[in-house]
Design a protein around this ligand. Sequence first.
Ligand code: NAD
Length: 297
Amino acid sequence: MTSAAIMDGKAKAAELAEIITADAAALLRSHGMRPGLAVVIVGEDPASQVYVRNKKRTAENCGFHSVQHTLAANTSQQRLLRLIQDLNGDPAIHGILVQLPLPKHLDELAVTQAIAPEKDVDGFHFQNIGKLTSGHTADTFVPCTPAGCMLLIADQLGSDLSGLDAVIIGRSNIVGKPMASLLLQANATVTICHSRTRNLPGITRRADILVAAIGRPNMVQGDWIKPGAVVVDVGINRIDVEVDGETKSRLTGDVDFSSAVHVAKAITPVPGGVGPMTIMMLMSNTLTSARLAASRS
Ligand code: NAD
């Protein structure tokens, strides 16, 4: 039985980390400037805490100035906005990331839009979204997960996807929609599917490139996939599995890896696929922001 190539996001992210670390050191030598990343977390969601810890550690490993602001779950909107204003004005900070989701009483939209566009390394500000959708990707911050997916896809298919059908499952602002913009810009023919789409497997079977960003464990089966497709599994789902009579928790994607691996040409694993690339794209955006700040000063 044939088996797909595994798109190793962890290894690729490690390669990128070396380049980013060297570039950060060069910026320090040339301009005395260290890329600065501020990560803000509100509340105690355990998954968010893990993500924030990883981001902080990776930034430090790349030689960045890295700060974390941990605010209580009952923090007011006003207090959070004041912190963002302070970070907007702090010359040592080039990237600001507010870990989502926020507690229910906070207005996520107001918070993401309060971040200065030139420090919006998550790419969620309307100004950056507008530039992305109008094809001006050279001077905008592209959301980190789709940016990472595009690099993995380019490794398999090159950067010009002319003539290829791309199908994305999921229409979120964080993954599905920006992913569609990037694939379109790379000349793919793009279809976005979502929870109201009829006959999903009929659509996914046409895809040369299939991106799953749903949040439903193992939903995409091997027989939903066109033989030879490149499959990018964005999903991160925690499930319980029985191991030797014990219940253990483990991460799984939106694609049923065990059946998909025999149909696809290449596939990302979960964990170790898109996740590490997302963090590295955050570092890349922060470095870009610092370089732009250096060229302005
Ligand atoms: P979301 O909940 O905002 O969006 C999910 C999308 O899936 C929606 O557009 C919805 O219409 C669609 N959907 C839901 N059920 C469906 C169904 N039965 N059929 C077809 N479409 C369906 O989620 P999100 O923020 O886009 O994240 C999606 C997944 O990716 C989650 O598992 C999340 O944890 C993961 N994620 C991973 C990374 C990473 O770095 N690897 C980053 C962001 C999100």
